[in-house]
Design a protein around this ligand. Structure first.
Ligand SMILES: Cc1cc2nc3c(=O)[nH]c(=O)nc-3n(C[C@H](O)[C@H](O)[C@H](O)COP(=O)(O)OP(=O)(O)OC[C@H]3O[C@@H](n4cnc5c(N)ncnc54)[C@H](O)[C@@H]3O)c2cc1C
Length: 262
């Protein structure tokens, strides 16, 4: 179990930022599901839960998801389903259980950049921007490449477009960490193919996606399934070998493309 020497509810993001950088040992708290597994000792825990950052807000051209929004809110949001289909709800529905998803936050999930992340796989298949208090606004793909740096992830924004989407994960048991994750989307004739838990962090396969026509035939789908394992790297861990993941990648991409086309 980790240790906090102090706890505070800042009244504004300015105050939260001041506190975070005021002492090396101060830390932002999300839902604490991951942090509680550690044994670190921190100075002050900064709880953002009184800043109204637990909202999913739809504007004319985008949807904003505040950092304290829980995975369960994402799973059950009618707004997200209407704008992006089931990709986001399907990406979180296998994470442990409802009680867990009622506490785990999107801020903690994205800021942690987990290599096994379901939700990063889905968010990358959409056009997602990350809003950092100090680091400004940047595409999720850029954020994932940056070295970790102390900051506050304030919210995510997702562009509203004519998306058709699909999400799948392969797991050894229903609520285990995934062996491989696949998020696909089609918008204005452009495909996005994202694979995660390779076991490295979720990543797009832009070359493969560019080769895929809007309405591919079976031969074209088979060709891009071969191409995706050429473009991306896969590895082994106790959940599966590199070769197993390559086979899964082909299967999940094929199923995803077929589901979107149908
Ligand atoms: C047992 C278990 C099983 C899991 N299985 C899966 C799975 O199958 N698939 C999957 O995708 N995920 C899985 N996860 C990850 C989970 O979904 C969450 O992503 C994780 O718990 C972090 O979210 P949290 O709100 O608990 O963050 P916390 O534990 O509170 O924080 C995690 C880190 O993020 C930082 N942080 C939190 N919020 C912010 C913010 N707004 N700005 C800056 N930094 C912040 C904290 O300082 C901390 O370093 C699992 C986690 C656990 C513990």
């Amino acid at each position: 179990m980790f240790e906090l020497k102090g706890y505070c509810f800042p009244g504004s993001l300015d105050q939260a930022d001041e506190l975070l950088h005021g002492n090396k040992g101060n830390v932002i708290l999300g839902g604490l599901l991951w942090m509680r597994l550690g044994r670190k000792s921190y100075q002050t825990g900064i709880d953002l839960s009184r800043l109204g950052l637990d909202q999913i807000l739809e504007t004319e051209d985008k949807v904003e998801i505040g950092c304290m929004t829980t995975l369960r809110q994402i799973e059950t949001s009618k707004t997200l389903k209407k704008c992006f289909g089931k990709i986001l709800s399907d990406s979180v529905s296998h994470i442990v259980g409802v009680q867990f998803r009622n506490s785990a936050t999107i801020g903690g999930s994205v800021f942690s950049r987990f290599s096994f992340s379901d939700i990063l796989t889905a968010l990358l298949a959409l056009e997602t921007q990350v809003h950092l208090y100090r680091g400004g606004t940047l595409p999720l793909s850029t954020f994932l490449e940056l070295p970790p740096k102390k900051d506050i992830l304030v919210k995510l924004t997702l562009k509203k477009k004519a998306w058709t989407t699909h999400y799948q994960s392969h797991r050894r048991t229903a609520t285990d960490l995934p062996v491989l994750t696949a998020g696909l989307s089609l918008c204005d004739g452009q495909w996005r193919i994202c694979l995660g838990a390779r076991p490295a962090r979720a990543i797009l396969a832009p070359k493969t996606a560019a080769l895929l026509p809007e309405k591919p035939d079976d031969a074209q789908i088979t060709a891009i399934c071969d191409q995706v394992v050429e473009e991306l790297t896969f590895g082994s861990n106790p959940r599966g070998t590199k070769e197993y993941r390559q086979i899964l990648a082909k299967t999940l991409v094929k199923r995803g493309v077929k589901a979107i086309c149908s």
